[in-house]
Design a protein around this ligand. Structure first.
Ligand code: ACM
Length: 638
C-alpha cells in the first residue's frame, strides 16, 4: 500500500465555542509543494455557522460533507502543514469518532486525491485506561449455551462424544442436520464438525422424536450416556435443538477446561418473545451479500428469527427496482463529482453498491433455510435524499430549496404526500417487493420526518387546504394511511418506527411499531392499540458507545450503552400487565454511520448482539450476566 501523501490531524477543544471547536492540521507528506487546493472532510459533528472558522474559508456543507479552502496563495512545501480552526458546531464532540471520518483534496486540476485521517483527540486529555466491558464471568453449569435455555436440568459428562450421529432419522431430519453442519462450519471454519450423517462408533447417537404437544419454536433434549433425544413439533424447534447441541459440543471441544457436554438430564426450551430481531442499516455503509449472509448465520446461531433489512436511507437506495433503475445507479453512487456527495467516511474515490433482485432472492432463501425471516424496510416518507436525487420528478418543483432540514442535516429529504407520482412510485416499488420478500410485514420506516417538512410546498399547501389537514404530521398520517392501504391490498402488514403514530397515525390493526426513541413510547403505542417491538436506543442501538471515555468509539446521542446494560434491560419492565400481550419482542439495531470497517463492526456489535439474543429468548428469572459473560467469548464474529 502506498504511504499517504497527505494526512489530516484533528483535535477538539471544549472551550473553543458554544459547542467547542475543532483544530485541523493538514500535513503535506507528498514530497512536492501543494497549492491551489480545497479540502473536504466528512464528520457527524456538523458545522452550522460558516463564519466561525479561522485561517480557512468554509465553502459548503451537505449533511456531513464539509468543504474548505485555505487562505489565498497558501503553498505547503514538502513536510509543511496548514492549521485552521472551526467552531460553530451543531453539538459538542464527545468521542474520538466525532471528528473527520475521511478527507480528500481537490486540486486546481479538478483531480481528487486521498487524505489519511487520524482519530479526533481531546485537547487537554488525560490518559484513560480502556474500560472493562465484560467481567471474566462465572458458570454454575458448564454448558456453552447462548441464549440460555428456559429450563435445564442436565449433568455434565467427564468426556464428550467425538461426534453426534443420527439414528433412524427421516430424510427431512437428515437434511436439518446437514444444514446445521454447514452453519457451524461457516461460523467456525477451523473447528471439528459436531455432527456426522454416518454412524460413528466413537460418537453418540441422536434420535428424533416428533412431539405435537411442543410449540413450533420449542424443543426438548434428553441426554443419556449413549444417546441424545431431540423432541420437536416443527422445523424451527428442531433447528434450535440442533443448534444447542452444536453450541455445547463445540464449546466443550474448544474450551475443555470450562465447558462440558451433558451425560444425563434434560433441556426443555422455548423462546420468551416471538419477535427476536436484528436490524442492519446497509444504506449508510454497503455490506456485500456474503457479509449479510454471515450476519444471518450469526443471528441463527443465537436463535434470532427476524432480520430487519434497512435498505434505503438518505445516503443510498440499495434495493434494485426494475421499474426505476435510477434508484440503484444515481441513487447509490456517492463521489466528489456525483449528485450524491461523499458522506460518512467516503473519500476521493466514488463508492456505490446495491442488491440485485437475484442477490435478494439468494439472501432471503439463505435466511429462510435458517428460520430467519427477512423483513425489508424502505424508509419513507423521510430519509429520502438519495431517492429524490435519483428521481427528481418526485419533488414539487415549486417548493423552496432548503425549506427544511432533517436531524441529520439533509435539506428537503422527504417524499411529498401531495405529489401524485409519489403514490405511483410506491405502488410499483411494493409490487416488486412483495415478489421478492415473503415476510408477513413490510417495514415502511416513518421516522424522523422534520417538523416543517412540506410546508413550503405549494402542492402540499393545496392538499392541506382541500383535505383540512394541519401541519407536517397531519400530512404524514394522510400519506401513511395510503401506504397502509397499499400493503393491505397486497396482503402484508405494516411495520414502522414509533413516529408512524404521529399526527393520527395509521389503523392499529395489523400494524407493528418499533419503539426506538425511549422505552416509554412503547407503552404509549401499546395503549393506542399497536403491536410493539422494543428497540430503545438507550439499550439496543449497537452504534452507541459502550463507555464514557472520549477514546471510546461510537455515537452517543442516546447515551452510553455498556454491554451489561443491553443485557439487563427489561423491555417488559414497565409494561402494565394488561398491555403485555402487545409487546411482541425486542430487536437490536445496527446503524452504520460510524461503521467504517469490519474491526469496528465487531467491536461494537459484540458482545451486545448476543446479549440481546439472550434478552429475547431467556426467561427473566434465568438471566445471569456473569454466566453470559463466561460463555460469550465463544461468539462468532462477522
Ligand atoms: C431511527 O433511529 N431513526 C429509527
Amino acid at each position: 500500500m502506498k504511504p499517504a501523501d497527505y494526512r489530516l490531524e484533528s483535535s477538539w477543544n471544549p472551550g473553543g465555542g458554544p459547542h467547542g471547536a475543532f483544530t485541523f492540521t493538514l500535513f503535506n507528506l507528498s514530497g512536492a509543494a501543494l497549492s491551489g487546493f480545497k479540502l473536504v472532510y466528512t464528520s457527524l459533528t456538523r458545522v452550522i455557522d460558516a463564519t466561525a472558522c479561522a485561517n480557512a474559508t468554509f465553502l459548503r456543507r451537505n449533511a456531513n460533507f464539509h468543504e474548505f479552502e485555505p487562505p489565498a496563495g497558501l503553498t505547503l512545501a514538502a513536510g509543511e502543514s496548514w492549521t485552521f480552526t472551526v467552531a460553530g458546531l451543531h453539538r459538542p464532540a464527545r468521542h474520538c469518532t466525532d471528528g473527520a471520518k475521511s478527507a480528500y483534496l481537490t486540486l486546481s486540476s479538478g483531480k481528487h486525491v486521498p487524505v489519511a485521517v487520524s482519530d479526533l483527540l481531546l485537547e487537554g486529555r488525560v490518559s484513560e485506561p480502556p474500560p472493562v466491558l465484560l467481567p471474566e464471568g462465572r458458570l454454575d453449569l458448564p454448558f456453552a449455551l447462548q441464549p440460555w435455555p428456559a429450563e435445564i436440568d442436565a449433568k455434565p459428562g467427564d468426556s464428550f462424544p467425538v461426534i453426534l450421529y443420527p439414528e433412524g432419522a427421516s430424510a427431512d431430519e437428515l437434511s436439518a442436520i446437514s444444514t446445521c453442519i454447514s452453519l457451524t462450519r461457516r461460523l467456525f471454519e477451523s473447528d471439528h464438525s459436531v455432527f456426522n450423517l454416518v454412524t460413528s462408533p466413537q460418537g453418540r447417537a441422536l434420535t428424533f422424536n416428533k412431539d405435537a404437544s411442543l410449540d413450533a419454536e420449542a424443543y426438548r433434549l434428553t441426554f443419556s450416556a449413549d444417546r441424545v433425544t431431540l423432541s420437536y413439533s416443527s422445523s424451527a424447534g428442531r433447528q434450535y435443538g440442533l443448534t444447542s447441541l452444536a453450541q455445547m459440543l463445540n464449546g466443550a471441544r474448544v474450551s475443555q477446561g470450562k465447558f462440558r457436554f451433558p451425560v444425563s438430564g434434560t433441556i426443555s426450551d422455548h423462546p420468551r418473545y416471538s419477535w427476536r430481531g436484528c436490524h442492519l442499516d446497509v444504506s449508510r455503509q454497503f455490506y456485500p451479500v456474503d457479509d449479510v449472509k454471515r450476519l444471518i448465520d450469526i443471528l441463527a446461531w443465537f436463535k434470532f428469527n427476524i432480520f430487519h433489512w434497512h435498505l434505503t436511507d438518505d445516503e443510498a437506495w440499495r434495493l434494485e427496482i426494475k421499474a426505476y433503475p435510477q434508484l440503484t445507479t444515481t441513487g447509490v453512487l456517492r463521489g466528489p463529482d456525483e449528485p450524491l456527495l461523499p458522506q460518512l467516511g467516503n473519500g476521493a474515490e466514488p463508492v456505490d453498491g446495491f442488491y440485485s433482485q437475484d442477490d435478494v432472492r439468494d439472501i432471503v432463501a439463505h435466511a429462510s433455510s435458517l428460520h430467519v425471516e427477512v423483513v425489508p424496510e424502505i424508509d419513507i416518507p423521510g430519509h429520502n435524499a438519495a431517492t429524490l436525487v435519483a428521481l427528481p420528478e418526485l419533488t414539487d418543483g415549486q417548493e423552496a430549496p432548503e425549506s427544511y432540514h432533517s436531524v441529520q442535516g439533509y435539506p428537503n429529504n422527504a417524499l411529498n404526500p401531495a405529489v401524485p407520482l409519489t403514490y405511483e412510485f410506491l405502488e410499483k416499488v411494493f409490487d416488486e417487493m412483495v415478489e421478492l420478500f415473503p415476510s408477513s410485514y413490510i417495514h415502511i420506516g416513518g421516522d424522523e420526518v422534520a417538523n416543517g417538512s412540506w410546508l413550503a410546498s405549494p402542492l402540499a399547501r393545496k392538499l392541506m387546504a382541500e383535505e383540512g389537514i394541519s401541519g407536517t404530521f397531519g400530512l404524514q398520517s394522510y400519506f401513511l394511511k395510503q401506504v397502509k392501504t397499499m400493503l393491505d391490498k397486497r396482503g402484508r402488514k405494516l411495520a414502522g418506527w414509533n413516529e408512524v403514530a404521529h399526527g393520527g397515525g395509521v389503523a392499529a390493526k395489523d400494524s407493528l411499531l418499533m419503539a426506538w426513541e425511549n422505552p416509554q413510547v412503547g407503552i404509549e403505542l401499546a395503549e393506542q392499540g399497536y403491536d410493539v417491538v422494543m428497540t430503545p436506543g438507550q439499550a439496543y442501538y449497537l452504534d452507541m458507545v459502550q463507555a464514557e471515555a472520549f477514546q471510546e468509539p461510537g455515537a452517543s446521542w442516546a447515551g452510553t450503552v455498556p454491554p451489561a446494560h443491553s443485557y439487563a434491560y427489561e423491555a417488559a419492565g414497565e409494561f402494565p400487565e394488561e398491555l403485555k400481550h402487545k409487546l411482541k419482542g425486542v430487536q437490536a439495531c445496527i446503524w452504520s454511520e460510524h461503521f467504517l470497517s469490519r474491526g469496528y463492526f465487531n467491536r461494537l456489535v459484540f458482545p451486545r448482539l448476543p446479549a440481546i439474543a439472550e434478552a429475547a429468548w431467556t426467561p427473566k428469572a434465568s438471566k445471569d450476566w456473569d454466566r453470559f459473560a463466561a460463555i460469550v467469548t465463544l461468539s462468532p464474529k462477522l
